[in-house]
Design a protein around this ligand. Structure first.
Ligand SMILES: C[S@@+](CC[C@H](N)C(=O)[O-])C[C@H]1O[C@@H](n2cnc3c(N)ncnc32)[C@H](O)[C@@H]1O
Length: 261
């Protein structure tokens, strides 16, 4: 798949492709991840690397990522989440789906340079995640979904991840919260939802409390928050994150989830 990406990037005349600097052979334990200068990159498809490495560690630690896991990132950018999952958490496999050809090519190249592509451990699939086959998604045990929208992701996981023998985990974050997913565990700004879901319907207030009143252990006061208070704070947070325009959509989606209650 990666080689196909290379061919495609070549066909496109190397549009936006900066040649990758050759990294030193990676026989040593410590990998040099500082191979990209984000100031030189284009951002019109969103951040190519969204999180610092400490934040990614926080995300993967919330997911309890380990050697039995297949980690997947829908919209994987430059593949930083995959690289940390493979090198520091030792996941069995990491797969990135990326619809931007240059980013798919760059991330595939990074995995190769770090020797993480061997035996298909680290793989980049060029194309929209929507085309990722259900049979492949079934092999995934941890999915990071950090894209906008997200209305369709939970129904899809309910269908594909219904096997109750494996406790699969969906991780999402504060930028694009998912009302259809109850946050079973939180390491702010990351939220974890187990599949099969522990709760498929819930009052809007319970979801909001979990999402808004974070970090939970730092909230010492025992003020009772009405649903209205929680919406106000939620809207404020989305405003700060520059997604205030999305709040009406979240209200409608959460109303639908709680109406089924
Ligand atoms: C904000 S970046 C995040 C990159 C990475 N997940 C991270 O956390 O560093 C989102 C990436 O998703 C890609 N993307 C957006 N929609 C997609 C889709 N439907 N299928 C696959 N990739 C998509 C964009 O091209 C972009 O590189």
């Amino acid at each position: 798949m990666f080689h196909w990406c290379l061919e495609r990037a070549a066909l496109l005349g190397g549009k936006n492709v900066t040649p990758m600097p050759k990294l030193k052979p990676t026989s040593r334990k410590y990998h040099d991840f500082d191979d990209i200068n984000l100031e030189d990159e284009y951002w019109n498809q969103g951040d190519p690397i969204r999180f610092t490495n400490p934040e990614i560690r926080r995300m993967l630690s919330l997911a309890k990522a380990g050697e039995n896991d297949v980690f997947c990132d829908f919209g994987s950018g430059f593949g930083q989440n995959l690289i940390i999952a493979l090198t520091e958490f030792g996941v069995r496999k990491a797969i990135g789906l990326e619809s931007d050809d240059t980013r798919a090519w760059r991330s595939g190249n990074r995995l190769e340079e770090l020797g993480l592509d061997k035996r298909g451990r680290g793989t980049i699939v060029f194309g929209p995640f929507e085309d990722f086959k259900d049979a492949e998604l079934r092999k995934v045990t941890i999915l990071f979904y950090g894209l906008a929208g997200g209305d369709d992701i939970v129904p899809r996981l309910q269908r594909v991840w219904k096997d109750s023998k494996i406790r699969r985990r969906l991780i999402w974050n504060d930028w694009h919260p998912i009302p259809e997913a109850f946050p079973d565990e939180v390491e702010y700004p990351f939220f974890l939802t187990y599949f099969p879901q522990t709760r498929r319907t819930y009052p809007a207030r319970e979801w909001l409390k979990r999402v808004v009143l974070q970090p939970e252990n730092l909230i010492k006061y025992s003020v009772k928050h009405s649903e209205r208070d929680l919406w106000t704070e939620f809207a404020h947070n989305m405003d700060v994150l520059q997604f205030r325009g999305d709040v009406a959509g979240y209200k409608e989606r959460l109303r639908r989830v709680s109406a089924e209650n």
